[in-house]
Write a protein that binds this ligand. Sequence first.
Ligand code: NDP
Length: 241
Amino acid sequence: MARVTLVTGGTRGIGAAISRKLKEAGYTVVANYGGNDEAANRFKAETGIPVYKFDVSDPAACEAGIRTIESEFGPIEVLVNNAGITRDGMFHRMTYEQWSAVIRTNLDSMFTCTRPIIEGMRERGFGRIVIISSINGQKGQMGQANYSAAKAGVIGFAKALALENAGKGITVNVIAPGYIATEMVQAVPEEVLKSKILPLIPVGRLGEAEEIARSVLFLVGDGAGFITGSTLSVNGGQYMA
Ligand code: NDP
């Protein structure tokens, strides 16, 4: 299945695992990234997956980046909205910059990356959109009012978009990962991880990026056409929403 697939933030962490998994399965994968050229170039050399730098919080840059990708590879049929950041802090000390950076990158990006693609999907009568949310958007998290707001927001977005496009062969689903072993989680101090996070996960370990990638592969498949507007929790039993 050579469907043209865009993975935002597809060069590192969970996104890189998704890009690799979909490529292995035969999809024509293109990976976007934000600014880390070194990681992106390493990823490109290792995988042969083309990489495109544009900021998912910048509407004009996304429009231009997506048009370039489509002119080179053809219409995007599968979109994985994965790019995300954290700027943690207790809300009573949070700056507007922390708030706004997270909302723009994690929530505005739903508009900037999906809007240039959805009309073509509707015209062609096929599309698969998967959005990477977070357990912390489902249950809230101390120090992450900005991130929890954005990650809850994408779930509402997915449900509305799923309804609007259900009759057009387009599915829109969310994956809500728990704690996954990537740089984002490795930034958490080891002691906090052992004493505060691992005891909360019934399966007793962090998840692997590969486990998120397998879930994405399932949801983008032709056989998943009856699944839309759903949120799949992949969190080791930590939160059963
Ligand atoms: P990483 O920090 O490892 O990778 C983030 C990726 O997103 C990078 O490719 C990065 O590009 C890209 N990115 C960040 N900001 C932008 C931007 N403005 N424009 C374009 N690309 C951008 O993150 P993870 O793999 O850990 O997280 C991936 C997704 O999964 C995120 O949405 C995150 O919120 C979510 N998630 C992660 C969990 C975890 O435990 N790790 C748990 C739950 C959800 P560059 O390399 O250029 O910076």
